[in-house]
Every structure is written in structure tokens, then in C-alpha cells.
Design a protein around this ligand. Structure first.
Ligand SMILES: C[S@@+](CC[C@H](N)C(=O)[O-])C[C@H]1O[C@@H](n2cnc3c(N)ncnc32)[C@H](O)[C@@H]1O
Length: 188
């Protein structure tokens, strides 16, 4: 009897492992199709970035391409934002984000949508975080210039907005953190 239980347990472990590996593989393909792989912001930098950028409890926070949700969780837990919204197209980071949000007990103020942020209305954000690519930031800036209210802040990790193409934004400041450069903008 013990041997059968052990075999069933082993089978379950194998099935779950195969499922996770398949999800990780598919996620890589999906993310690449959208132009950027899942590379998370280092945990030790998230809080520093938000202190520097002045994220506050009055903010409605969006992480566009939210990966495993770590940035959303920090925004709610450490900065008490009113609402945190994440978009993620790849299935594995999306599932992980949903799980971590539940685990950290921030479900009531956090939502993660498995959708393309370029196809949704982002006008309710007061603070947007991005860690994407030059190409995606360029596409996004065209959309944000139309939708965002004046005063909305955008914090870009590594990939800045080209202000030559997008005079609707103003660079407030930029700084290096642990080998990455952060750019803080305001919609004017
Ligand atoms: C570099 S990761 C950053 C993850 C997270 N923001 C962080 O800093 O830890 C970028 C993520 O954006 C997602 N992504 C790319 N384009 C997207 C789109 N149009 N809509 C939703 N998610 C997208 C990718 O799947 C990837 O997981």
C-alpha cells in the first residue's frame, strides 16, 4: 500500500514538473512574440526605486508587463497604493503573480490581467512602471500621450521615453541604481 501511495505521489510530482516546464517554455515564446522576455526587477531595487520616485498611498499604480507581480506587491505592501493593476501576457509569470499576490495577502487591492496593455485604456493610472524594451516604450508612449491625465508619472527601468518624439512628457529626473538607470517622467 505504501509503495502505491509513493508511486502516485511520484507520478504527481512528474506531471506537475512537466506542466510547469511546458508553461515556462510557452511563456518564453509568448513574451518573445510581444518583444520582451520576462526578466524581473531585482527585489532589492524595487523599494529604492519607488522611494526615489515618490510613489505614495494616493497613487493608482500600473505595472505594464508585470511579470511575477513582485513590483505590484511592493507597491501595495510598502507604499500602500490605493490600487495596483498589472498586465502580463505570458502564462507562467501570470500564474506566479496571481499566486504571490494571494500569498502576500494583497488580493483586495491588486489585479493582474492576462491581456496586452497596448489594447486597454490606461487612463485611470496616476503612476506607471515599465521595464520593457526601446521598441515597446516607443509604442507605449504614443498611447500614453493620448490617454494619461496631466501629472501622471511614468517610471521607466532602463528604457527611456524618447522626448524628441514625445514632447508630451517631461523628464523629472534620472539616476543609476545598482547598474540600472531609472527615468522618471511626468505627462505635461
Ligand atoms: C522585463 S519583464 C518585467 C517584469 C516586471 N515588470 C518586473 O519589473 O519585475 C517584461 C514583461 O512584460 C511582458 N509583456 C511584454 N509585452 C506585453 C504586453 N504588450 N502586454 C502585457 N505584458 C507584456 C512580458 O511577458 C514580460 O514578462
Amino acid at each position: 500500500m505504501a509503495a502505491i501511495i509513493f508511486l502516485i505521489f511520484l507520478l504527481l510530482v512528474v506531471v506537475v514538473t512537466i506542466l510547469v516546464l511546458a508553461l515556462v517554455f510557452i511563456s518564453g515564446i509568448v513574451s518573445d512574440k510581444y518583444g520582451v522576455s520576462f526578466v524581473p526587477t531585482r527585489r532589492r531595487n524595487i523599494k529604492k526605486l519607488f522611494v526615489w520616485a515618490g510613489l505614495s498611498a494616493d497613487d493608482i499604480f500600473y505595472d505594464l508587463g508585470c511579470g511575477d507581480g513582485r513590483v505590484l506587491i511592493c507597491a501595495v505592501k510598502d507604499f500602500g497604493v490605493m490600487e495596483a493593476v498589472g498586465y502580463e501576457v505570458a502564462p507562467w509569470p501570470y500564474i506566479k503573480a496571481r499566486f504571490l499576490i494571494w500569498l502576500f495577502g494583497v488580493k483586495d487591492r491588486t489585479s493582474v490581467l492576462r491581456r496586452d496593455f497596448l489594447k486597454d485604456d490606461l487612463s485611470s493610472a496616476t503612476f506607471i512602471y515599465t521595464y520593457l524594451s526601446h521598441k515597446l516604450v516607443e509604442k507605449l508612449a504614443i498611447k500614453l500621450a493620448v490617454e494619461l491625465k496631466p501629472g501622471t508619472r511614468i517610471l521607466c527601468h532602463t528604457f527611456p521615453i524618447d522626448l524628441g518624439h514625445h514632447p508630451e512628457f517631461k523628464l523629472i529626473k534620472s539616476e543609476e541604481f545598482d547598474k540600472i538607470t531609472a527615468y522618471l517622467y511626468k505627462r505635461i
